[in-house]
Design a protein. Structure first.
Length: 121
């Protein structure tokens, strides 16, 4: 039981376990790099889900896992947006289409030859 590190102090609040400073004045948290992992595994299956969180109640349809490079992904997103008659964007390899178009996108992506699943219910 030689682990004597301080985790919380009533005087300064939470203590950073790495540098020992209060967490508000932590010097090591700027050095840490958080590697953002994908929500879904890269298993060759394209997933479609409806999202509303963080969008002020607006519904969007997110398409994950399409194995294309950036340029082809932009072109594919353009055809999907045109099919749905709405706007959208591509961020971090995820196609985001405004509105709930899961059924329409499911049919179109299956016709393109991809394995598709509707994720999230």
């Amino acid at each position: 039981m030689g682990n004597n590190r301080l985790v919380y102090s009533t005087e300064s609040g939470r203590i950073c376990p790495s540098c020992g400073h209060p967490s508000t004045k932590c010097t090591c948290k700027k050095k840490k790099t958080v590697k953002k992992q994908s929500v879904y595994p890269n298993d060759g299956i394209v997933r479609i889900r409806r999202e509303v969180k963080g969008r002020k109640g607006k519904t969007v349809t997110a398409v994950f896992g399409i194995p294309l490079d950036d340029r082809k992904l932009q072109q594919f997103a353009k055809t999907l947006k045109r099919l749905c008659g709405t706007g959208g964007t591509v961020k971090d390899g995820i196609i985001i289409i405004q509105g709930d178009h899961r059924k329409t996108l499911l049919k179109e992506i299956e016709q393109q030859g991809y394995d598709v699943k509707v994720a999230g219910g």
